[in-house]
Write a protein that binds this ligand. Sequence first.
Ligand code: ADP
Length: 251
Amino acid sequence: MNLLEMNHVQKSFDGLNVLKDISLSVKEGEVLSIIGPSGSGKTTLLRCATMLETMDAGELNYLGNKAVWNNEHGKAVYATNEQLKKIKEYYGLVFQSFHLFPHYSVIKNITDAPIHVQKKSKEEAYRTARELLKKMGLEEKENAYPYQLSGGQQQRVAIARALALNPKILFFDEPTSALDPELTGEVLKVIRSLADMHMTMVIVTHEMAFARSVSNRIIFMDQGVIAEQGTPEELFNSKNIRMKEFLGKLN
Ligand code: ADP
């Protein structure tokens, strides 16, 4: 079953065609990594999937909840507010630079949206948050503030915060690129444990060894198109010249 379908997505910035007719789907339980050179459109694709960016044309379909964009006739999005709200409930997003609220404690960061957006009871929100903190190995840190935590710990809080809303798909935008190498491992370990629990995830990453070992499928983006996609083995043995060049540069 596809949890997400993106169809014919196009996006330009100031005449620069960043996404050129991209279509993809994400199956339930799948871990999909998106790799590719800097500037190839990976982050923009993720931002379009999560409606942080308005696409010029294309369609999002989250389990039958559709939104269609078409700027040609001056109307950007064809979807009711109700549909857009529903779509937003399907996914969570983890950013490169954590984006925690600096003036909130760890537990308040995690419980704020469940209490104020999802209208969960305080007891339930705190119970869930504590379970998640335990999974993240941070049960001692619930009253700490972000500045008291390492980058790796902050990112694990950000993952807990996203999970607290019970998303069907979790998107990661280069979740370890702001971290020192010694802190990267602890975040990748958490993501791997989510994969083991069959959490559906879409991960934009530069961590090739990680993408290779954790993904069911990898998409290689190049100059605004999906240049190649397949299993990790298919991708890493690809004959695609741009893919080979990309992997070669990293080694
Ligand atoms: P990647 O994630 O693969 O590095 P991005 O999606 O961040 O690629 O960027 C793709 C291209 O779009 C780049 O040339 C970038 O400069 C441009 N771009 C991204 N966001 C904006 C923006 N908000 N305004 C103008 N150009 C942008």
